[in-house]
Design a protein around this ligand. Structure first.
Ligand SMILES: [Cu+2]
Length: 115
């Protein structure tokens, strides 16, 4: 009897968590937040300019045969080395325009516009 009651209480707790997640009250799991992808290929960021909303996630995927980075000019973010076939994800924060480049290949440039 005691075990059954404990189990039903545990289930109620899990349901409560799920509801909290979908309600978007946490700030981390906003239902409207999206995942956008920048493909690194042929020594370029594609797309070069990405417009997104604060809270969106952005994933850089490296399809070249050598490592790259996504490093903000102002050092507000830095992926460090992203290995071939590897990826790195950033959750966007403050609105603004963020120019970034590859630390290994400074001619590779991109821009994030967070609204
Ligand atoms: Cu590079």
């Amino acid at each position: 009897m005691e075990a059954e009651r404990a189990l039903s209480q545990a289930c109620a707790a899990v349901i409560g968590l799920v509801l909290a997640g979908t309600a978007g009250s946490s700030g981390q799991l906003k239902p409207e937040s999206r995942v956008l992808v920048v493909t690194i290929e042929n020594m370029r960021f594609n797309p070069e300019v990405l417009i997104l909303k604060s809270g969106d996630r952005i994933t850089w995927t490296n399809k070249d045969l050598f490592p790259h980075t996504a490093t903000a000019d102002a050092k507000t973010f830095d992926s460090h080395s992203i290995a071939p076939t590897g990826s790195w994800t950033l959750v966007t924060g403050e609105p603004g325009t963020y120019a970034y480049s590859c630390a290994f290949h400074p001619t590779m440039k991109g821009t994030l516009k967070v609204q």
